[in-house]
Design a protein around this ligand. Sequence first.
Ligand code: KG4
Ligand code: ZN
Length: 368
Amino acid sequence: MKILAIDTSCDETSVAVVENDCVLSNVLSSQIQSHKEWGGVVPSLARRKHEELIDLVIEFALKRSKINLEDVDVFAVTRGPGLAIALEVGIKKIKEFAKKFNKPVVAVNHMEGHVYSTLAKNAKGNPKIDYQFPLLAVLVSGGHSEFVLMRDHGNYEIIGETLDDSLGEAYDKVGRMLDMGYPAGPVLERIAESGDENKYELPIPMRYSKDANMSYSGLKTAAMKLINDELKISDSGLRIADYKKATEKVSSKDAKQIVSDISASFQKAAVTQVLLKTKYALENILNEYGIKDILIGGGVAQNKYLRKEFRKAFGKQYRIHYPNSKRLYTDNAGMIGVAAYYNALRKNFVKDLDSIDRDPVWRIDQIS
Ligand code: KG4
Ligand code: ZN
């Protein structure tokens, strides 16, 4: 089954061609450079960029896969969650194609895409992935952090989630305070490598709550106060301009070490929360499910510290699966195409094309 998939949920314009669960091409045009100067994603700018880029990205994806548009069996598009006005761009395009070629459409949940990013194969059908249901999916992206019980294809229950910021957002916000640009997550990880993670003790919110929920706003505030105290940026509160000054100071050896130590200490607290809550979920919520597999998807799943800690904590007892290529971690249409394939096997097609509408807050457990 040949599927053309589009994801325009946030700041990547992405189009993929997949054949069953194998990704033949997965092209994306990142808008990060355009949003960088605003320190985050600007929805109206995202929409305009998607509109400008979409046709070209479709052309590239088809060319790379050596598949013609007429040979596509199913069209797939992200319906949500995401930025409403950005999602609309992909949906409009897919509607046009489906009508023109009279082919079915799968409207995919973006978080279901992140789940399937860990099960996607390359064009040669590799790697072979051994997994069994029920399983636990840990989704750590810029938009979401959640624990999902996956009973079968298309059958999800959210058993825990963040009550405020996502893990990626926490990295981005703390990194932004340290003037690490946008998105700051990967930069903060690199700087943390030369820091002492035990130098500062930062709080792990909800550490003792008897559930698998998480929270990052308290940690973020504590990190903000620590930055202020240690770098002595300002007595009157925090301003972005102050952080700029801080990074100028970073050229001095001491300040550089402080930034590394704060980064490492923040990272330890942030990742420990995910580990503790994964443990809680496995031991207290899923203890009777006989879980063997953990899927970890989303942008932050690339983080080497998180991966090492997951391996240490769960590697002996569980099989841990990550996406098999860099492109499958952050937002991409390849994962949407693979999710669409499993939906198509169940004939989960959109019944009335004109009724597909974006759903910016569509939860994975609301998929029917
Ligand atoms: O999955 P994704 O593209 O976004 C959403 O679907 O929301 O993930 C992007 C997020 C950003 O917050 C980025 O800072 C974070 O993933 N990220 C990382 C790393 N690489 C990406 N965070 C920490 N360490 C990394 N290596
Ligand atoms: Zn995403």
